[in-house]
Design a protein around this ligand. Structure first.
Ligand code: FAD
Ligand code: NAI
Length: 468
């Protein structure tokens, strides 16, 4: 068998690259070792977590704000089995959707483990051990990432009591006390799910702030909101042990600044301390494909590895481990292979934490601008002063826009609020076109919408907002 392009891995990077390449007229096949397509994101990541985040959010709202809105439903009762079934059905619909798109675009599919044999050649080995070779003018490595664990700590994941995100998407009952190691995106999203469903949640984090790379002001206010929702934080705490006990598990940690170690007992522990690039069994070394000191496949500015005709995209290469970053790289590399000019603007990749409220950002944080010695202006607007937010009882949070002091060009934007993940995109588009905060402030926004707060924050960077 011979193809123009063979993609190894069908996550958001791989399946999008395959579809785009087929749309551009190339003969394409994909290799996937999982039984279903869609990778981490569709099977055990973005999609199932968002199904549970949504359902648990409605459950929490029913208990808190429905009554104020005049909707009397009594005390909401959790049917966890049904909630998990909704999650599983959502996953099924999405992974089947990818299979449909492969058929529609006449993409051949191989189920098995892909191994790179060298320039233009790879093998596929099925679970039963049958192996065959495939020829490809171009190979795209899109094998994604896997749970990293805690460096130096022996964590025995059983995915029932000591779990990674995968087990935390599937607890058979709500844990009494869930200890989360790591206040990153996974820890806060999945910690929120189980806190809303009734678990006591304690998050232990190495850094002295939650969501490390986020704008500091957003991080501080967000932490207060999560604390109000009942989530407890132990910051500046380095976890040195996660062990099973007769009753459940325990987490041992010590203050980063030095001091006595502490132990917390838990019914379950979610270890969410990052992910590592996944290249196991790919045969990279033998094929001469270089990786960097963190195990990421080394690429040039056009996603080409150290071997001609072999490209790599998504979580397995440098950059943020985000589905939409992987997708954009998939499109770009397919275009490059087809002789076009594929490009990704890494300065404008939005990032969203799908908690309640959501945290969305694009571009630079204040800390990054200060470190780079860039003079900037700040415009802020709180949702308490937004009519639509009040009508929906979603007044938590604010919009913060950072614009260049001299040119007014928008350099970064941070939104903490209900639906922030939808609102951030007008800022992404603005930044993609090099727009200024005045451009945004002079754009008519429909009333009443929460996006009016975005406009007001833009106005606040150079003059005065109207509604505060
Ligand atoms: P992956 O999605 O990891 O896909 C790689 C695929 O390659 C897998 O299917 C794997 O089986 C296959 N594979 C690996 N090796 C081989 C081989 N040798 N042969 C054949 N197949 C192979 N990102 C967001 O942007 N938004 C979110 O809301 C979000 N939520 C997340 C929630 C959780 C719980 C997790 C864990 C992650 C989340 N992410 C989210 C991150 C997102 O899932 C990843 O950034 C994204 O999946 C990366 O896509 P990818 O195509 O690079 O790799
Ligand atoms: P992360 O890198 O976001 O957070 C890990 C946290 O664990 C960090 O804050 C780190 O300081 C902490 N930590 C590490 N070692 C520790 C120790 N010994 N003790 C205490 N704390 C420790 O990683 P996470 O949350 O596992 O997510 C992995 C990836 O998945 C992220 O890169 C993220 O981009 C992606 N993802 C994206 C989502 C989204 O876009 N909404 C949702 C979920 C995941």
């Amino acid at each position: 068998m011979s193809y123009d392009v063979v993609v190894i891995g069908t996550g958001p990077g791989g399946y999008v690259a395959a579809i785009k390449a087929a749309q551009l007229g190339l003969k394409v096949a994909v290799v996937e070792k999982r039984k279903t397509f869609g990778g981490t994101c569709l099977n055990i990541g973005c999609i199932p977590s968002k199904a549970l985040l949504h359902a648990s959010e409605i459950f929490a709202e029913a208990g808190h704000s429905f009554d104020t809105l005049g909707v009397e439903v009594g005390t909401p009762k959790l049917n966890l089995k049904k909630m998990l079934a909704h999650k599983d059905a959502t996953v099924k619909a999405n992974v089947n959707g990818v299979e449909f798109l492969f058929k529609k675009n006449k993409i051949d599919t191989f189920i098995g483990t892909g191994k790179v044999l060298g320039e233009g050649k790879l093998s596929v080995t099925t679970d039963e051990g049958t192996m065959h070779e495939v020829e490809a003018k171009n190979i795209i490595i899109a094998t994604g990432s896997d749970v990293a664990g805690i460096p130096g700590v022996d964590v025995q994941f059983d995915e029932k009591i000591i779990v990674s995100s995968t087990g935390a998407l599937d607890f058979g009952k709500v844990p009494g006390h869930l200890v989360v190691v790591g206040a990153g995106v996974i820890g806060l999203e999945l910690g929120s799910v189980w806190a809303r469903l009734g678990a006591k949640v304690t998050v232990v984090e190495f850094l002295d702030k939650i969501l490390g790379p986020m704008d500091g002001e957003v991080s501080r206010q967000f932490q207060r909101m999560l604390e109000k929702q009942g989530i407890a934080f132990k910051l500046g705490a380095k976890v040195t042990g996660v062990e099973k006990t007769a009753k459940g598990a325990k987490v041992i940690f010590e203050p980063v600044k030095g001091g006595e170690a502490e132990t917390i007992e838990a019914d379950a522990v979610l270890v969410a301390t990052g992910r590592r690039p996944y290249t196991d069994g790919l045969g990279l070394e033998a094929a001469g494909v270089a990786v960097d000191e963190r195990g990421r496949v080394t690429i040039d500015d056009h996603w080409l590895t150290s071997v001609p005709g072999i490209y790599a995209i998504g979580d397995v290469v440098k950059g943020p481990m985000l589905a939409h970053k992987a997708e954009d790289e998939g499109v770009a590399v397919a275009e490059i292979i087809a002789g076009q000019a594929g490009h990704v603007n890494f300065d404008v990749i939005p990032s969203v934490v799908y908690t309640q409220p959501e945290v969305a950002s694009v571009g630079k944080t204040e800390e990054e601008l200060k470190a780079a010695d860039i003079e900037y202006k700040v415009g802020k607007f709180p949702f308490t002063a937004n009519g639509r937010a009040r009508a929906m009882l979603h007044t938590d949070g604010f919009v913060k826009i950072l614009a260049d002091k001299a040119t007014d060009r928008v350099l970064g934007a941070h939104i903490l609020g209900y639906n922030a993940g939808e609102m951030i995109h007008e800022l992404a588009v603005l930044m993609e076109f090099g727009g200024s905060s005045e451009d945004l402030a002079r754009t008519c926004h429909a009333h009443p919408t929460m996006s009016e707060a975005v406009r007001e924050a833009a106005l606040a960077t150079f003059f005065k907002p109207i509604h505060i």
